[in-house]
Design a protein around this ligand. Structure first.
Ligand code: FMN
Length: 330
């Protein structure tokens, strides 16, 4: 073998070795190569591109159980791709959680509120009443303005922090609808229901109870004649209303001087005639609350809670001076 032949042989050997090394390295790391490629593409290879550890946590066998003689098949609740009763919880990272703990609804909702605090509109709730004349439901959005603090009740430890604050206009239908039930003596049927959806944690609260409206002279009516709490503590409720009025933005205060809601539109309404700017006097001092301004309080008695993602449902009822919490089927 001459020197030229020797050179050619060494060169070929070097190329061969380089190819072999490349094949071995590629065989060791196929998933990384595929993953980075296919995550940018929406086409076929995505199916084979998942890293093996992901597959084991993402897909689980359905749980099969017996319930009242029927076979119930439920998909795993821990999957990162699990959905709730509907697709509502699909893309939410918080749906990973699975928490069987039963805690009272008030402690739970405090956490939900804290989690969603930064989302615009997270304090908008829907509240439904019944139109007494037609017995049809009526539903509308209102702003939740926090829980009352230190409500002077006989058993304040248990209920004192559960009363929910909102505001409304004396002239609105919800006030008249409940007034009709009250004046016809049909108090048992005057429950309302509020629904509150927390998108961040995929939770729904349906809160049932009675509404109280607090006006210039205190509560518009009491639900239980033998219960003196409201009447005895009239001053407390009046002070709360006054404080709420003062906390409102100027724009919000002005609404209570608008023309009667729901009647045909008039141009004076657009011009804002006769409306004190910001609900203030000429010196810029906030005026006393007008008769139209009501503090609206919801006294919850039943809370139906549902969390998508792991399909957890719990019902809380106020019974014999305490909250009874029960986990129920979703
Ligand atoms: C985002 C939003 C927030 C609202 N907040 C309140 C509120 O805090 N209080 C209120 O009485 N109405 C509020 N409204 C108006 C109500 O939805 C409803 O139109 C009004 O209360 C009259 O309803 P009614 O006549 O059926 O009682 C709000 C509406 C929207 C869209």
């Amino acid at each position: 073998m001459n020197s030229i032949q020797l050179c050619c042989m060494l060169f070929s050997l070097s190329i061969c070795s380089s190819i072999c090394r490349h094949v071995v390295v590629s065989a060791r790391k196929p998933s990384f190569a595929y993953t980075s490629q296919t995550h940018r593409s929406s086409s076929g290879p995505a199916l084979v591109s998942r890293r093996i550890p992901d597959i084991s946590t993402t897909f689980r066998a359905p749980e099969v159980s017996q319930h009242r003689g029927q076979t119930v098949c439920r998909m795993s609740t821990e999957s990162t791709e699990s959905v709730g009763l509907t697709d509502g919880g699909k893309s939410n990272s918080n749906t990973k959680m699975k928490d069987d703990t039963i805690i009272d609804w008030k402690s739970r909702i405090d956490i939900s509120i804290a989690k969603s605090r930064k989302i615009r509109g997270s304090n908008y709730v829907q509240i439904s009443t019944v139109d007494h004349a037609t017995m049809e439901p009526r539903c509308r959005t209102v702003v939740f303005r926090g829980f009352m603090k230190d409500v002077p009740l006989q058993n304040p430890g248990a209920y004192g922090d559960c009363v929910m604050k909102m505001i409304t206009d004396l002239r609105s239908n919800k006030v008249m609808e409940l007034e009709s039930f009250h004046s016809s003596g049909n108090l048992d049927r005057s429950n309302v229901e509020m629904v509150w959806w927390f998108p961040k944690s995929s939770e729904q609260y349906r809160i049932r109870g009675k509404l109280q409206f607090i006006g210039n002279d205190g509560p518009l009516y009491s639900y239980n004649e033998s219960d003196d709490n409201i009447c005895n503590n009239k001053e407390y409720f009046i002070a709360e209303r006054k404080q709420q009025w003062g906390n409102l933005s100027d724009m919000a205060r002005e609404q209570f001087y608008w023309e009667d809601p729901g009647i045909s539109y008039t141009s004076t309404c657009a011009k804002g005639e006769g409306i004190p700017a910001g609900g203030r006097d000429d010196d810029g001092k906030v005026l006393p609350p007008p008769d139209t301004f009501l503090l609206m309080l919801l006294n919850p008695t039943t809370i139906d809670y549902l969390r998508l993602g792991d399909n957890f449902r719990q019902v809380d009822k106020w019974e014999d001076g305490q909250w009874l919490s029960t986990r129920v089927n979703p």
